[in-house]
Structure formats: structure tokens, C-alpha cells
Design a binder for this molecule. Structure first.
Ligand SMILES: C[S@@+](CC[C@H](N)C(=O)[O-])C[C@H]1O[C@@H](n2cnc3c(N)ncnc32)[C@H](O)[C@@H]1O
Length: 297
């Protein structure tokens, strides 16, 4: 049984979240871990500082359902917390961590070499201290992991599109997952997404509108026009004419975006804010000390 890391002010337990019916679709398995020389060197020197060592659940991509993280203990301060899901090679989150030392960052990425490349970026950026990486499936590990109303923003950029209709159920951005994120977000906290696939963009917009209709989120750019330009991608008939966000200024142009633009596809951004009554501040240690659990590895 893993040691637990309690969240002092959250009545919600991880097991409560885990007991909710949830899709048990496994959208990936761990892939091979071949690293370049540069990645190996950076990894060996710095991974213990950045990779969070938490007990695994029933699969090696899942965090054990009893684990709970207290961001205040984890980072030793109560700075706003930004989470990136599917951080890839870390271009966005490493740069943001270096540029925003008054924020904390948590990266979820199941792809080991991507995390090694993130460590390379962090090394190049002077080893910022305000970022941790979880090499786990965020969809199934994040709900209940953190205290309610403890997260400032969640970023999901260029999530795997899963083109085939029979695979759409594997898509990360769904109304159900947005509902889980709503629980974690502070009042007014944001979810930002971007994708280069018009069909997935439309799917994401409808997922957001579903949770907005339940009063959970509001669109930050209700009048925002569709991205402009000619495209090789077919825009679905149900693609909303408005509601699109301008390009998020902190979004770094990653390899995925570059490839999409070269292929003649448009980039579709969305930004929605969580609607909820103001909650008391996220948990703080009584004596202000930083906790040592979970450990980095
Ligand atoms: C298309 S890549 C985009 C990477 C990065 N956001 C970018 O813009 O360059 C999507 C990434 O999400 C990761 N991913 C997919 N589902 C995930 C999940 N449930 N939890 C954590 N990472 C996930 C994949 O391993 C992959 O690296």
C-alpha cells in the first residue's frame, strides 16, 4: 500500500473520484525509451529533481488511486498552479516555467523520451525549480489527485486526434474529462486547448459547449471568429462559426504546429473559464513548511 499524501482541505478523496464510472479506454501503452546522448546526459544529471516518484496503480501508466498531491507541500509555496497535459517534448511548459517563476507547473506526459527532452530544455533554461513532471496518464490519474479548486490553468495543446470514428472515444478532450477538470480548477481558472485538426476542433468546441450549458464553464471569446486562411483540411458542417480563441501568446510553436502549418492545416484555439463559487484558498501547511512527499526520483 503506498504512503498517502493527504490534502488537508479537500473533502474529496481520490477513491471517491476513482469510484465514479469512468471510461476505461487505454489510448496508449508506454513506448520504447531510446534517448539521444544529450537526453541521456540531461536525464542522468537532473531527472531526480523533476520527475515525481509516486506509487503506480494497476497499470504502469496510472498513479495509485490512494495518492494525493498537495501542491503547496510539493512546491513549498502557494503560487498559482498550471498543468499541461501531453507536454510532449516540453517546449511549452519548460519555457513557461522559466518565464514565470511566480507560478508552479505540473507536466503530465506518458512518453519517456519526451520527458527526457523536457529535462534537456530545462537544463538549457537554467534549471527552473518550479516544475515537476508526472510520467502518467492524466486522464485517469488526475481526477482526485489534487485538491479541489487548486489549479489556475490546464493546457492541452495538440492532443492526439484519433481520426477514425471508432477511435473518437479515445480523444482526451471530452465533456466528462472537462467536468473532472472543472472540479480541480479555481473559480475563473482556465482550460486552454489548441489543435490542428478541424474535426477534433469541432469535437472540442462541442465538448466545451456541453459543460458550458451545465453552467460549469464560460467561453472567454464567445465572438471569436474561426481561424482564417485556406486549408487542406475539411471543416465539418457542425464546426461553430464563433467561439474560437486567439492564439495563446505563451504557446510555443512546437514541431506539431509547424508540421500542421506546412501541411496547410489551420490551428484552432479554445479558452474556457470555470464558473464556480469562490472557494477558500488551497491547502497550506500549518507551520508553512514544505513537505517531502512525494519524492522526486
Ligand atoms: C501530439 S502530441 C503533442 C505534444 C505537445 N503538446 C506539443 O504541442 O508539441 C500529444 C502528446 O500527448 C501525450 N498524451 C496523450 N494522452 C495522454 C494522457 N492521457 N496523459 C498524458 N499524456 C498524454 C502523448 O504521449 C503525446 O506526447
Amino acid at each position: 500500500m503506498p504512503e498517502q499524501t493527504p490534502t488537508e482541505n479537500s473533502g474529496r478523496t481520490r477513491s471517491a473520484a476513482a469510484s465514479r464510472p469512468r471510461r476505461e479506454i487505454v489510448s496508449f501503452v508506454r513506448r520504447g525509451r531510446r534517448l539521444t546522448e544529450e537526453q541521456t546526459e540531461a536525464w542522468d544529471a537532473h531527472h531526480e529533481q523533476y520527475m515525481l516518484d509516486v506509487p503506480q496503480g494497476e497499470r504502469d501508466t496510472l498513479i495509485h488511486p490512494d495518492v494525493r498531491l498537495d501542491p503547496v507541500k510539493l512546491f513549498g509555496n502557494d503560487n498559482p498552479l498550471i498543468i499541461e497535459i501531453g507536454s510532449g517534448q516540453g517546449d511549452n511548459i519548460a519555457q513557461a516555467a522559466a518565464d514565470m517563476p511566480d507560478h508552479n507547473f505540473l507536466a503530465f506526459e506518458v512518453w519517456g523520451p519526451g520527458n527526457a527532452q523536457t529535462v534537456v530544455h530545462l537544463q538549457r533554461l537554467g534549471l527552473p525549480q518550479n516544475l515537476r513532471i508526472l510520467e502518467f496518464d492524466a486522464e485517469h490519474s488526475l481526477p482526485g489527485l489534487l485538491p479541489e479548486s487548486s489549479v489556475e490553468e490546464v493546457w492541452i495543446f495538440f492532443a492526439d486526434p484519433w481520426h477514425k470514428t471508432k477511435h473518437h472515444k479515445r480523444r482526451l478532450v471530452s465533456a466528462g474529462f472537462l467536468e473532472e477538470l472543472h472540479t480541480l480548477l479555481k473559480p475563473g481558472g482556465r482550460v486552454r486547448t489548441a489543435t490542428d485538426w478541424a474535426d477534433y476542433a469541432s469535437h472540442q468546441a462541442h465538448a466545451f459547449e456541453t459543460v458550458a450549458a451545465r453552467g460549469l464553464f464560460t467561453n472567454d471569446h464567445p465572438d471569436g471568429p474561426r481561424p482564417t486562411g485556406s486549408t487542406t483540411d475539411e471543416i465539418p458542417e457542425d464546426s461553430p462559426a464563433t467561439g474560437w480563441a486567439p492564439r495563446f501568446e505563451r504557446r510555443v510553436r512546437t514541431a506539431f504546429e509547424g508540421k500542421a502549418l506546412r501541411a496547410g492545416r489551420l490551428i484552432w484555439d479554445l479558452s474556457y473559464s470555470a464558473q464556480k463559487p469562490a472557494a477558500p484558498a488551497a491547502s497550506a501547511t500549518e507551520d508553512g513548511s514544505a513537505a517531502s512527499e512525494p519524492t522526486t526520483r
